[in-house]
Design a protein. Structure first.
Length: 79
């Protein structure tokens, strides 16, 4: 991985070593999955559930987001 890409990922909160190990050192797959994070529908589901005071729906969406951030090694967001 080139240093510029590594610096950008670290600045975004990605634990690169952990992420690469989760993706069996497949850098291209890791990047592809990180880019798909922005497309995940759970953030909008969380926002909508909160607006509607749907505690159960908000919990499910937040739980899904937390799992996703953990799997992508987005350590700061996970915390």
């Amino acid at each position: 991985m080139d240093e510029n890409k590594k610096r950008l990922l670290e600045a975004a909160g990605v634990d690169i070593e952990d992420a690469l190990s989760r993706f069996m050192n497949n850098e291209a797959l890791m990047i592809r999955m990180l880019l798909r994070f922005a497309e995940d529908k759970n953030f909008s589901r969380l926002r909508q559930a909160m607006e509607e005071k749907d505690v159960s729906g908000a919990f499910e969406a937040a739980h899904a987001l937390k799992g996703l951030t953990g799997n992508l090694s987005l350590k700061e967001l996970y915390r």
